[in-house]
Design a binder for this molecule. Sequence first.
Ligand SMILES: Cc1cc2nc3c(=O)[nH]c(=O)nc-3n(C[C@H](O)[C@H](O)[C@H](O)COP(=O)(O)O)c2cc1C
Length: 201
Amino acid sequence: MDLKEAGIDEGISEVIVTTKSASGKLNAAPIGIITTTSEDKTKNNHFVKLYEGSKTLSNLLETNKLVANVTDDAVLFVKAAFDNLDETHFSLFSGFQVLKEAKSWILFQSVLAEESSEFYLFQLTPITVKINRKEVKAINRGLNAVIEATILATRYDVIEDEREKEELKKLMVHYAGVVKKCGGRREKEAMEILDEKCFFL
Ligand SMILES: Cc1cc2nc3c(=O)[nH]c(=O)nc-3n(C[C@H](O)[C@H](O)[C@H](O)COP(=O)(O)O)c2cc1C
């Protein structure tokens, strides 16, 4: 199944992943879908690499399914990274809860492919795809900056080295500047939420 039309292309595609626990509790978090192309270029392989401690990891170990929700909404990325999104954001797709506003949904089955002390690598097989909206959009540096700053913010608490923490803060201040200059309303709102989470911005 070629997922290019649904927005998942070679490299790492940042999406919001929805998963369910064995007891049916829903979770949403930003995760990168890793796509590699086989040598004969006929087949794409999809993976997620999950670090210890996330709800997404425990849910996937329990239920082996995830939905990649393709969206460029900066606010959803920031909210999903820190809190769970409230139920007004969700609707149903193939019996699975998905982000109502997403441009596409891809339901994947997962198999644990590699496990180390640092991460779990799951291979993903697409089961069903739905494209809701096709939009042409130019690159916005503000959106990219929000994504970079959000990734750094999720790492801040797990880093112990003080010098590394200082470096990370400097980078985040830089990204906040890019959002101020290049971002639209949604990117600026996302950065304000991030600012409340990270007192140092
Ligand atoms: C854009 C973006 C991409 C991310 N990609 C990953 C990833 O591929 N793997 C991972 O373990 N964490 C990733 N994270 C961090 C998780 O989203 C973060 O740890 C989150 O708090 C996990 O939430 P959960 O406990 O609800 O699953 C990413 C964060 C952002 C902002």
